[in-house]
Design a protein. Structure first.
Length: 121
């Protein structure tokens, strides 16, 4: 095989490896954002559930969410919490939780919609 063909094959392999790495990196970044949003929904729904069932004040619930954002380095997604997707998902999830806010009430009419909303994040 002539040297020129080997050079092109080597360059092609290097390019395909670079594309594969770039694609994997983009998937990791997206997963990270998705994980952050799911975490934010979880903490926010817990806080909202506590407001519904344990008479937590809005200020106390906000402190729970702010602590989660700070402790988990989720600042990049903080503004996303104001989006309609976030507020709707948080509402569904908090309403699907049990009265102790420790788990989901699978008999809740909001359970399936909450799971679907979490999946779409």
């Amino acid at each position: 095989m002539p040297r020129r063909h080997l050079l092109w094959i080597s360059l092609g392999l290097m390019l395909s490896q670079a594309i594969a790495w770039s694609s994997a990196q983009a998937q990791t970044d997206q997963t990270s954002e998705q994980d952050m949003r799911r975490g934010l929904v979880g903490h926010s729904a817990y806080a909202a559930c506590k407001m519904l069932h344990a008479d937590y004040s809005k200020e106390r619930a906000d402190l729970i969410v702010e602590a989660a954002i700070k402790n988990n380095n989720w600042e990049s997604q903080k503004n996303w919490l104001k989006s309609s997707q976030a507020t709707q998902t948080i509402k569904l999830v908090s309403e699907a939780m049990n009265k102790e806010c420790t788990d989901f009430n699978q008999n809740s009419t909001q359970f399936v919609p909450a799971m679907e909303a979490i999946e779409t994040l």
